[in-house]
Design a binder for this molecule. Structure first.
Ligand code: COA
Length: 330
């Protein structure tokens, strides 16, 4: 599988820490010093996830030089769909990619990396030739805007990567690992509420609905700084790649302190750690492709460069991959 195009889309509205401090008891200084976040984009009430994801997808198609009809598979990594039955088909419809099968994949902030690895398996078997892997989330829908422990951390966004079949010797997915630990699910949840409805005397059903995001920040922080370097180290060892051969650390953008801790563990200079937390905060499944797209378009990431990537978050789930960016074919 080769990575041959990317694109992104973010809502126009940007909310600064200062603005947020007019709503909840927080401050720019607290948020910046603990997380590196300075602002986040927030989708308006008229901006569904389908629209953001479709804009990102079109940009990636244009970048790769593909027509919508070229696509065989669209994977949408999201935890905040427009429709619990699936939002990917809506994106497929909006693109007019009528030859593609499209479905959602949910693995919270690991979702994009899990989806990219999933697409690679379809490509490896020959079932799929060209795929768009989209990471898109609109967690603003599911935040309690009065809970300063969570609402300052997240933002909305979407980004996509175009991947296609290539000779095995030229693959852009050099190695990967994926992990889940549901015994620690309660650290970070966007869970069904326990509302009930009486159907008949003696028969009650659950009433659909979700509680706002809950997070035990300290537990999630400890999880990330322990597990991410461990898994990334395994991928580097398995692929025989010394850390100094990695061009960029492309990690899930949750917290600058986590990015710095991972970089220090591998003695990667901080200028080779990609970060756009200051402008977007944590956009969940979108962070990795959003960061990739920014760094490709401003020329930091060059064709042929190696990217050590890791996604981590609710589930708990985490994954790591060593990627090579190819860019658009001639
Ligand atoms: N503004 C001001 N004060 C805040 C605040 C905010 N937005 N959020 C929490 N506080 C307060 C707390 O109420 C607490 O005050 P108290 O001691 O009077 O009770 C104090 O700050 C310290 O809270 P604590 O939760 O211990 O802060 P922390 O240093 O652990 O930082 C996080 C909190 C969320 C920044 C940190 O735990 C973290 O980054 N965790 C990982 C989160 C993450 O990356 N999640 C996504 C994974 S995909």
């Amino acid at each position: 599988m080769a990575l041959v195009g990317c694109g992104s889309a973010a809502p126009a509205i940007s909310i600064s820490n200062q603005q947020l401090s007019e709503r909840v008891d927080t401050s720019d200084d607290w948020i910046r010093s603990r997380t590196g976040i300075g602002a986040r984009r927030i989708a308006s009430a008229d901006e569904p996830l389908t629209e953001l994801a479709s804009r990102a997808a079109r940009a990636a198609l244009d970048h790769a030089g593909w027509a919508p009809g070229d696509l065989d598979l669209i994977l949408l990594a999201t935890s905040s769909p427009d429709d619990l039955f699936g939002t990917a088909p809506r994106v497929q419809g909006a693109l007019g990619a009528m030859n593609a099968v499209a479905f959602d994949l949910t693995a919270a902030c690991s979702g994009f990396l899990f989806a990219l690895i999933t697409a690679a398996q379809y490509i490896a078997t020959g079932a799929v030739r060209r795929s768009l892997v989209i990471g898109a989330d609109q967690l603003s829908r599911w935040l309690d805007w009065n809970d300063r422990r969570t609402c300052v951390l997240f933002g909305d966004g979407a980004a996509a990567v175009a991947v296609e079949a290539c000779p095995v010797s030229e693959t852009g997915l050099l190695g990967f690992r994926m992990r889940s630990d549901g015994s620690r699910y309660a650290c970070l949840t966007l869970a069904q509420t326990d509302g009930r409805e009486t159907l008949l005397p003696g028969v009650s059903t659950q009433k659909g609905g979700f509680a706002p995001i809950f997070m035990n920040g300290q537990e999630v922080y400890k999880f990330a700084v322990r597990e991410v370097p461990q898994l990334l180290g395994e991928v580097l060892a398995a692929t025989g790649t010394p850390a100094d051969q990695v061009d960029w650390l492309l990690l899930h953008q949750a917290n600058q302190r986590i990015l710095d801790a991972v970089a220090d563990r591998f003695a990667v200079p901080h200028e080779r750690v990609l970060s756009n937390l200051a402008h977007y905060g944590n956009t969940s499944a979108a962070t990795i492709p959003l960061m990739l797209d920014e760094a490709v378009r401003d020329g930091r990431i060059q064709p042929g460069q190696l990217l050590a990537s890791s996604g981590f978050g609710a589930g708990l789930s985490w994954g790591a991959a060593l990627l090579r960016w190819d860019g658009p074919r001639g």
